[in-house]
Design a protein around this ligand. Structure first.
Ligand SMILES: CC(C)(COP(=O)(O)OP(=O)(O)OC[C@H]1O[C@@H](n2cnc3c(N)ncnc32)[C@H](O)[C@@H]1OP(=O)(O)O)[C@@H](O)C(=O)NCCC(=O)NCCS
Length: 158
């Protein structure tokens, strides 16, 4: 259950240090990493069961991220990897179900795409199984001419 407090976007630069340190709006301690773990566990199907250490590593390796807060509650997240020039990939886009359908997902991804590491890249990629319509209205198109290739490694990290 979320309050009626104002919803606020936070734009994180490369490595998302504040989020890794657990900080929320106003750089106040908010157990942000733990909340991110919970958000992904509860509302994603692809990013469940990630440890706090692994999430810290994930953020450290991200070129940009955006988090969405309602008071001290983390209610949305997305991130991207990027070389800053040619290619970027958007990952882990989630808005808490209670707040979906109000344009917040759109604001979240638009804020991510406007971050310096993504703003000028030639191509931004993403993968989706059930939200193509959502990304289409953000300027993404389905690609028929290319195949998604995937190699799965045995887990070796934390
Ligand atoms: C996908 C998700 C991030 C969208 O967030 P949201 O806040 O509900 O999206 P918005 O309210 O900003 O929607 C913007 C537009 O996209 C449309 N849209 C939203 N989700 C959609 C979907 N799954 N399929 C098609 N269109 C969708 C909305 O109807 C809206 O259109 P409108 O402007 O014409 O009314 C959210 O539903 C979510 O977190 N889902 C669970 C996790 C997930 O599947 N993430 C995507 C991983 S690839």
């Amino acid at each position: 259950m979320h309050s009626s407090a104002r919803v606020q976007l936070i734009r994180h630069g490369p490595g998302a240090r504040g989020l890794r340190l657990g900080l929320g709006p106003g750089l106040r301690p908010a157990r942000a990493l733990k909340q991110l773990q919970q958000l992904l566990n509860d509302h994603s199907f692809w990013a469940q069961g990630r440890s706090l250490r692994a999430l810290g590593q994930m953020l450290r390796g991200s070129a940009a991220a955006v988090s969405l807060w309602q008071g001290g509650q983390l209610v949305g997240f997305c991130r991207a990897s990027s070389d800053g020039l040619f290619r970027a990939v958007v990952w882990d886009v989630v808005v808490a179900p209670e707040l979906q359908g109000q344009g917040l997902g759109r604001q979240l991804v638009e804020a991510l795409l406007a971050q310096p590491p993504l703003r000028r890249v030639e191509r931004v990629y993403l993968m989706t199984s059930n939200s193509a319509g959502f990304y289409r209205q953000l300027g993404f198109e389905a690609v028929g001419s290319q195949q998604l290739m995937l190699r799965i490694n045995m887990p070796s990290g934390p």
